[in-house]
Write a protein that binds this ligand. Structure first.
Ligand code: TYM
Length: 330
């Protein structure tokens, strides 16, 4: 089974990225033929600084390695190193319905955040994402819940291409975790945790110091009750229950049982904070060892790109041929 996922090298990676996606990437290495891509070409669709983009790319690479990605057991590469992605994105744009792109939640949200300029790249973002996945004839895409709509669109693109030009692409499925698919902001638990638009205190970064992590959880916004249960009117507590279940590798039900007689939130919030701090500490330590060696990170990415190119170039050649562009044997 082929597994593929992508992550943006923007901002600082947070607990939502870690729980929703990164932990699934690590586990994917044992389940299939896993390919992970750091999508720098997606990161340039909104306002950004070129020098900072490079720094964040190394940060993201080192975080993924620190989390447990092993270049011997997966392919880890940088999107812009494999030109097949951009070429395929153009081909696929011609079997993508304009109307589908206008319905994308992420485009609506991100274009509203851009004060000065909304790029056509931002609008085309899901087409490039479809190219990322389809180029590798991927079966399964591990992502958080917010990417569901993008996966639906790429399935439609693959189906339309296959119907019009003949079987070429595998129609991929998403793999969204049962618990932790949508980690919420600790200060505004009705909003998902994210790098943009959220509060610093409500966002737990993978590289936050342990004391800072605990402080953020202690200040988490909850309701005025005392019961530790998941309920729609208790988004803050529900979020903390899911987070604790994931980092302790247990179930939300077990967490609720354990805290049934807690009689208040303070101790619970502190326990979640300490558990998350312990969960992230080894990642933070390994990151500190790996991050300074930029040449080493570049070598890992270059090796990954070579392997990725060998796979994706075959698919793109076939797509070109089927579409009748370029020389007949090209
Ligand atoms: P990005 O970098 O924004 O997010 C990376 C992953 O983190 C997940 N995620 C969350 N999961 C749970 N709770 C949250 N609060 C939370 N916030 C983010 C995202 O669902 C994602 O899985 N478009 C992708 C990047 C991409 C991609 C791809 C993904 C480009 N090409 C191909 C899969 C396949 C994105 O926005 O990632």
């Amino acid at each position: 089974m082929r597994i593929f996922s992508g992550i943006q090298p923007t901002g600082r990676k947070h607990l939502g990225n870690y729980i929703g996606a990164i932990r699934q990437y690590v586990e994917g290495q044992d389940r299939g033929d896993a390919i992970y891509c750091i999508v720098d070409l997606h990161a340039i669709t909104v306002a950004y600084d070129p020098a900072e983009l490079r720094d964040r790319l190394y940060d993201t690479t080192a975080i993924l390695l620190a989390a447990g990605l092993d270049p011997q057991r997966c392919i880890l590469f940088r999107q812009a190193d494999v030109k097949e992605h951009t070429e395929l994105a153009w081909l696929l744009a011609n079997v993508t319905a304009y109307g589908d792109l206008t319905r994308m939640h992420q485009f609506k949200e991100k274009s509203a955040e851009q004060r000065e300029f909304v790029s056509a790249g931002l609008f085309q973002y899901p087409v490039l994402q479809a190219a990322d996945v389809l180029a590798y004839r991927t079966d399964e895409v591990p992502v958080g819940e917010d990417q569901k709509q993008h996966i639906e669109v790429m399935r439609g693109i693959a189906e339309r291409f296959n119907a019009r030009f003949g079987e070429t692409f595998v129609v991929p499925s998403h793999r969204i975790p049962e618990v932790g698919a949508r980690i919420m902001d600790l200060q505004s638990p009705e909003r998902k945790m994210s790098t943009t638009g959220a509060t610093e205190l409500g966002t737990v970064f993978v590289l936050d110091e342990p004391d800072r992590v605990v402080k953020k959880f202690k200040s988490a916004v909850t309701d005025s009750g005392t019961e530790i249960v998941r309920r729609p009117d208790k988004p803050g507590i529900s979020n903390l229950i899911e987070i604790l279940a994931v980092v302790r590798d247990t179930t939300p039900d077990a967490v609720e049982k354990e805290y049934a007689d807690a009689g208040g939130y303070a101790g619970f919030k502190e326990d979640v904070g300490r558990a998350v701090a312990d969960y992230l500490a080894p990642v933070r330590e390994r990151f500190a060892e790996l991050r300074p060696n930029e040449a080493g990170l570049e070598r890992i990415l270059a090796t990954g790109a070579e392997k990725a190119r060998a796979i994706s170039s075959e698919t793109v050649t076939l797509a070109r041929r089927r579409m009748g562009v370029g020389p007949p044997d090209g």
